[in-house]
Design a binder for this molecule. Structure first.
Ligand code: NAP
Length: 308
């Protein structure tokens, strides 16, 4: 593949940043790939892994002369990063992010973005429960959606160049307004994680079932929740705090539906239970048909994540 940007700078080199770095290297998409992260230890590890061409501790230094800057840090830190790098962003550069919430990230970053810099927020819907530079892998974004939430006055040429970049990584691309993105993600990603954190927490607190029994018999269903509940605590704390309204709205709906399910079980309403469980099975089939998972045991995750 040909070089798409002369210099790309990645701020944050965890699971997402390092997966992007591996793809950029493998596909030769950048003339130079500059990597920056907050801690010396992570930067050193990125260098040991050979993820970039140059490694810089200061984010402000790292963005000098960059044509594309991708911020991959927890959403609660995106404003501080934007403030640090703003003075050194060159006119015409494209600044994007990968944060799991969009309205909050845009509100935090946009005020710092200088005139002439194209700020195009993004969110690749791909990941695992792992974190850090060792967790990333090439091909993570292949066949996965990447959602942009462009501002109304976004330059179409810059947007086209960013689309070209994610297209090269194998992503399918969509555009939404940030509020809609946050609602959609609240139900497809944030709520499932919160439910998983909650159920694993409940099992951990149980007094009548020992912890060893929970672990021993986990393959009966519990295990599938523990994968989500093992996700990075900093990232998920920030997601909850930064998509509060949409998450609370979805949680209210969820609680109502759960109460109705509870009633059906209490009153022995078998038909109602059967109808719901049949409906949900169809959704699973549609996900497989849409190529978003494979129809294999373990929800096919071994086939999707070579490191799992
Ligand atoms: P990660 O593996 O934990 O890596 C986080 C990176 O951000 C590290 O380089 C870390 O630097 C840096 N960082 C942490 N706190 C920071 C702070 N306060 N200021 C500046 N930098 C900081 O996280 P990730 O999974 O790659 O997630 C990164 C972003 O991608 C998040 O916004 C997340 O919402 C989004 N996202 C994640 C997934 C997923 O499945 N994980 C999927 C899609 C989008 P040091 O190690 O040097 O401290």
């Amino acid at each position: 593949m040909s070089i798409l940007f002369d210099r790309i700078t990645l701020i944050g080199i965890g699971l997402i940043g390092s997966s992007i770095a591996r793809d950029i290297k493998e596909l030769c998409l950048a003339g130079e790939l500059v990597i920056s992260t907050r801690s010396e230890a992570t930067l050193q590890r990125a260098e040991e892994l050979g993820l970039g061409d140059r490694y810089v501790t200061s984010a402000a230094e790292a963005v000098k002369d960059a044509d594309l800057i991708i911020v991959s840090v927890p959403v609660g830190s995106s404003g501080a990063v934007a403030e640090q790098i703003a003075p050194n962003l060159k006119a015409g550069a494209i600044l994007t992010d990968v944060g799991s919430t969009k309205a909050s990230v845009m509100a935090q970053m946009a005020p710092h973005v200088p005139e002439g810099v194209h700020f195009i927020p993004g969110h690749p819907l791909a990941g695992t429960e792992k974190s850090g530079p060792d967790a990333g892998f090439a091909g993570l974004f292949k066949g996965r959606w990447c959602i942009f939430t462009p501002l109304p006055d976004t330059d179409p040429v810059a947007l086209g160049r960013l689309r070209g970049f994610w297209d090269a990584l194998g992503s399918r691309i969509d555009e939404m307004d940030p509020q809609h993105h946050d609602k959609v993600l609240a139900i497809v990603s944030h709520l499932p994680h919160i439910i998983a954190y909650n159920i694993v927490g409940t099992a951990d607190d149980l007094e009548t079932v020992t912890e060893s029994e929970v672990i021993k018999y986990s393959a009966s269903g519990f295990r599938d929740f523990t994968r989500l509940a093992a996700s990075d605590p900093t990232m998920w704390r920030d997601v909850c705090l930064h998509n509060k309204d949409a998450i609370l709205e979805m949680l209210a709906r969820f609680s109502e539906d759960l109460a109705s399910l509870q009633r059906a079980i209490r009153w022995g309403e078998g038909d109602k239970l059967f109808e719901l469980f049949s409906r949900t099975r169809t959704i699973r089939r549609s996900i497989v048909e849409a190529g978003q998972d494979v129809d294999a045991p373990d929800f096919g995750r071994h086939a999707l994540d070579p490191k799992a």
